[in-house]
Write a protein that binds this ligand. Structure first.
Ligand SMILES: [Zn+2]
Length: 381
């Protein structure tokens, strides 16, 4: 069995939005009531009593109006929070569960699919107690995917989403990788990577393109009442904060989208992808030029996308040790060029007659070393 979650944008009617708000509120209420009862019971009996949402429906009849599975899931959440706090197995325990405040807690709830109570159609999603909510179905689930649950949320920018969790049988992949179909990638702070053919991964500098827009919006925000700690937040401040969050989200969505496109393309085209294992922390230092560019292009995320996409296809991601001197070796004759340690030298010139960009030369060496490692592992097995 495998799981997959897809997040859809929702466009609720005013009525539906009111119902969402009610459900978020009821979930918070029930969570806090259950937590209070647990604490109270501990004070008197020394034990944390088991509590269920049903108990409160008499005192708070409005709880009956919302999706009962959403409330039941809050009970599960609270139980999990207690487990994470008191578990003997966990090395890193969480703190004692906290009350959820109306202002700061995440607006979300999870409901489960019970024989079609949650369903996806061409342009809407059906939810219990809510009905059909207009949605952008950018991706239809496969026919054999079953809906397990849906988490409805309202983000800080005010938009609504449904993250739908699917379960399905994973067909056994019998593909056998062609170990001669390889590519080598050398990390590049400008452009994500350079491959062994000299192609650059991407030229998009999303963050920088939108950076001015973001900086402008943030400057405007900082001048509004509410930007300082002691000030009460003005309506204009909250409005502007939403704008800032929107730009942030836009940038990160674009970036993620771009990384997905590039990694999918590579995973489809090649069977062996050789990369350098990099220490991401040291990469953002000044030796690599612009720290912003380094952090911006999300190479670490790119590598993890490649890893799972290749593995899904029965293909290989081979990580070459970061100490392997990929940029110092002439890929033609094998001579080592210590002068290439100087990162400002962008071209390698060898006595054998080779003149090639440092990145492409490194990518070729990474590919060869990666193939050597891969083939060795096969020879042993
Ligand atoms: Zn040479």
């Amino acid at each position: 069995m495998a799981n997959k979650a897809i997040k859809y944008r929702l466009y609720p009617t005013t009525e539906q939005a009111v119902m969402f708000a009610k459900t978020f509120g009821c979930c918070r209420k029930v969570y806090n009531l259950m937590l209070a009862d647990k604490i109270e019971s501990y004070k008197t009996t020394g034990k944390f009593v088991t509590v269920t949402p049903a108990k409160y429906k008499k005192d708070y009849p409005y709880l009956k109006e919302v999706d009962s599975l959403a409330l039941a899931n809050k009970q599960m959440n609270l139980q999990a929070a207690f487990r994470n706090c008191f578990s003997k197995k966990r090395k890193k325990k969480n703190g004692f569960p906290k009350y959820k405040s109306a202002k700061h807690s995440r607006k979300s709830y999870t409901t489960n699919n019970q024989k079609g109570t949650v369903a996806i159609f061409d342009n809407n999603i059906k939810l219990p107690k809510i009905g059909k909510v207009k949605a952008v179905i950018h991706r239809m689930p496969e026919e054999n995917w079953l809906i397990k649950s849906a988490t409805i949320s309202q983000e800080s920018d005010g938009k609504y989403y449904a993250s739908v969790l699917f379960e399905f049988d994973n067909p056994v992949n019998t593909y056998v990788a062609d170990r001669t179909n390889a590519i080598g990638l050398d990390y590049a702070s400008d452009g994500l990577y350079v491959d062994n053919n000299g192609n650059v991964g991407t030229n998009h500098k999303y963050y920088r393109e939108s950076y001015n827009k973001l900086a402008k919006a943030q400057r405007k925000l900082s001048r509004m009442q509410g930007s300082k700690k002691h000030e009460t937040k003005s309506n204009n401040y909250i409005k502007q904060l939403r704008k800032v969050n929107k730009i942030h989200r836009h940038i990160s969505n674009q970036r993620l989208d771009n990384l997905h496109k590039i990694s999918t393309k590579i995973a489809n085209l090649y069977d062996v992808v050789c990369v350098e294992s990099l220490n991401m922390k040291s990469m953002s230092n000044k030796d690599f030029g612009n720290g912003k560019a380094t952090l911006d292009n999300g190479y670490g995320m790119f590598l993890s996308m490649l890893e799972y996409k290749l593995s899904e296809r029965n293909k290989y991601l081979v990580k070459v040790d970061k100490w392997f001197p990929s940029s110092q070796i002439c890929h033609c004759c094998g001579e080592v060029h210590p002068e290439m340690k100087n990162l400002t030298i962008r071209t390698i010139k060898c006595d054998c007659g080779l003149t090639i960009s440092r990145d492409q030369n490194a990518a070729i060496n990474i590919m060869r070393e990666g193939l050597r490692i891969l083939n060795e592992s096969f020879a042993v097995a």
